[in-house]
Design a protein around this ligand. Structure first.
Ligand SMILES: *Cc1c(COP(=O)(O)O)cnc(C)c1O
Length: 356
């Protein structure tokens, strides 16, 4: 039987996406060729790319608003440096919010391009909350934030309103909740957390913010080059893009982001209610900043770990161990995880309580 997959990424995708992808590996689109062996310039793949790029904008409500969607290589980690390369002026500066490991990874890269101001950080509190009431320099070239902190289980519930470009790493909560995406000028996300398999990176950028730095940008790192080549500057990651398209189509059939958001809220409520009720467990993130995607929690008494681990593994749960840097447990409840899987986890937590 299929496991209840709580992996933080790569992660669960809809079962029908696995089935359709498997078919395409053998015979794509009735071509009698595998998706793995066709040219990225074939009309069949060009239409996959076009549809995927258009569907991203449609689902985010950004059609006809001056945005371009790109499928690139290199993961969200490469965007940590592509963002300053493309947006930080020579002798310019940028403002960053430090909310966790990934945010600080982005800050580390930006520092090589110019003055990088950390407007606020929750590092001293082990990133258990999102800083509030910070000031952002009005003359910064852009503001960068991380909407969901995959490792620490916190999520930004509101975003500052600014007159400078707002850049957001949405790797672990893109397509999971409705936001006014037009408030962001650049959104990026590694595919492997809510959109598809590892190997593709999504960048959604408002074209008017590009081309203003005055610095030379190597072609492969230049968003304008990728836009000019319709996201095919070089060979794109064909299979991850195809599987991402299938996931986006699945999402649209579910009713889009608004519909999936309701399901995500139901899943998060079910689990957090149990974490708060069950005397054996404790959530690690501040309640007001809790992520609806990644719930982090610990046992109040570590000596129950062996019993708990045995119970959830026996129940068919996989991937519940916390990130190596924080320990404890992390339940990643991405779009494709069904409510029933959360119920199985909650039942195991109740079961542990009854055994102790
Ligand atoms: C996983 C993750 C990353 C890193 O993604 P890669 O695609 O592995 O480079 C960056 N930011 C966030 C928020 C993440 O969750």
């Amino acid at each position: 039987m299929k496991k209840h997959n709580y992996s933080a990424g790569p992660c669960i995708l809809p079962q029908e996406v696995f089935e359709q992808s498997a078919k395409a590996v053998l015979n794509f689109n009735g071509m009698d060729l595998s998706i793995l062996e066709i040219s990225h310039r074939s009309k069949e793949f060009v239409s996959v790319m076009e549809e995927a790029r258009a569907l991203v904008l449609e689902l985010l409500g950004l059609e006809g608003k001056g945005y371009q969607a790109l499928f690139l290589h290199g993961g969200a980690s490469l965007e940590f440096l592509m963002v300053p390369y493309n947006l930080m002026k020579e002798n310019g500066k940028a403002a960053y919010l430090d909310t966790g490991t990934w945010a600080s990874g982005a800050i580390k890269e930006a520092k090589h391009f110019g003055e990088t101001i950390v407007v606020a950080s929750s590092k001293a509190d082990n990133y258990t909350h999102i800083p509030k009431n910070y000031k952002i320099q009005a003359d910064a070239d852009y503001f960068h934030c991380t909407s969901n902190n995959t490792i620490f289980g916190t999520q930004m519930k509101s975003f500052p309103e600014l007159n400078i470009p707002v850049v957001c790493d949405m790797s672990s909560d893109i397509f999971s909740r409705s936001l006014d995406f037009s408030k962001f000028d650049l959104i990026y996300a590694g595919a492997q957390k809510n959109m598809g398999p590892a190997g593709a990176t999504l960048v959604v950028v408002k074209e008017e913010i590009l081309g203003k730095t005055g610095r030379y940008i190597p072609s492969m790192l230049d968003y304008q080059q990728h836009i000019a080549k319709e996201s095919m500057y070089n060979t794109p990651p064909v299979f991850p893009i195809y599987a991402s398209l299938l996931t986006l189509q699945w999402l649209k059939n579910q009713g889009g982001i608004k519909a999936i958001e309701k399901q995500n809220e139901a899943k998060a409520n079910l689990l957090y209610t149990e974490i708060d009720r069950n005397p054996l467990f404790k959530g690690t993130a501040s309640v007001e900043d809790r992520s609806s995607m990644n719930a982090t929690f610990v046992l109040n008494d570590e000596s129950h770990a062996e019993t708990f681990d045995k119970l959830w593994k026996a129940a068919g749960i996989s991937g519940l161990t916390g990130h190596r840097s924080v320990g404890g447990y992390r339940a990643s409840m991405y779009n494709a995880l069904p409510l029933e899987s959360v119920q199985v986890l909650v039942d195991v937590m109740k079961d542990l309580e009854s055994k102790i």
